[in-house]
Design a protein around this ligand. Structure first.
Ligand code: DC
Length: 218
């Protein structure tokens, strides 16, 4: 039986940074499910589809073949065979992903892929619905969060670090809007699984959070 660690939480809580560290320390595979939703969102944007065009999203998602490969331990997302890793980290794609991931057809397709990955390997998987829906039998479930203000500051520093000009207030209001959409959608909304451990990273360092989660695995 493969082992699985599920990490859910809102945007900017530090899920991917933490999940990568845990995967490296435990020798597990890191599965970034948000990247799959982002690849799907990129496909919709490229096809000129708007967030509110639900029927078009349902129909079009059948044409998007999303697969995952691992190169030097890094997850590579392929969209119809093209490596899109370098194209999916923009705010535009993130906001579209939050909207298109509301769609049931998009979710069914990607959840199946995620469940297949967890069957074949020990995984640390992060997202919004991993503990509640994708891997309800996960060995460890974490709900990782932080205040919207702290998350906005982290995102701001990350973007500035990349030389991207941005506005702190805009980032925080985008985060609040995205949280609201992710938490109130009809299908698999973001919420803490009953058996998940709540970790608030607002006043914790990356190492402290990673150590805490690893200690739970023992
Ligand atoms: O984690 P992220 O910012 O890369 O995710 C982008 C969007 O994808 C997020 O706003 C909601 C959606 N998502 C989801 O609905 N379910 C997941 N398991 C992961 C992401």
């Amino acid at each position: 039986m493969s082992y699985s660690i599920a990490i859910d939480g809102p945007a900017g809580a530090g899920k991917s940074t933490i999940a990568k560290i845990i995967a490296r320390k435990k020798g597990f595979i890191y599965v970034d499910t948000g990247a799959m939703y982002r690849a799907m969102a990129l496909f919709m944007l490229r096809n000129g589809i708007k967030p509110e065009e639900t029927d078009k999203i349902s129909a079009k998602c059948r044409e998007a073949d999303i697969t995952i490969q691992y190169k030097n331990g890094e997850q590579v997302v392929l969209l119809n065979g093209e490596n899109v890793n370098g194209l999916i980290r923009t705010e535009e794609v993130g906001n579209m992903a939050s909207s298109s991931s509301v769609n049931g057809d998009v979710r069914r397709k990607l959840v199946e892929l995620q469940q297949q990955l967890a069957k074949t390997a020990d995984v640390v998987m992060d997202g919004r619905d991993i503990g509640t829906c994708v891997l309800p039998q996960a060995d460890i479930k974490i709900y990782l969060t932080a205040s919207s203000n702290v998350r906005a500051k982290r995102r701001y520093n990350e973007l500035r670090g990349k030389g991207i000009d941005c506005d702190m207030e805009q980032i925080e209001s985008d985060i609040i809007e995205r949280d609201h959409r992710d938490m109130t959608r009809e299908i698999s909304p973001l919420k803490q699984a009953e058996d998940a451990v709540l970790v608030d990273s607002s006043d914790m360092t990356i190492e402290e959070v990673a150590d805490k989660i690893i200690s739970l695995c023992k």
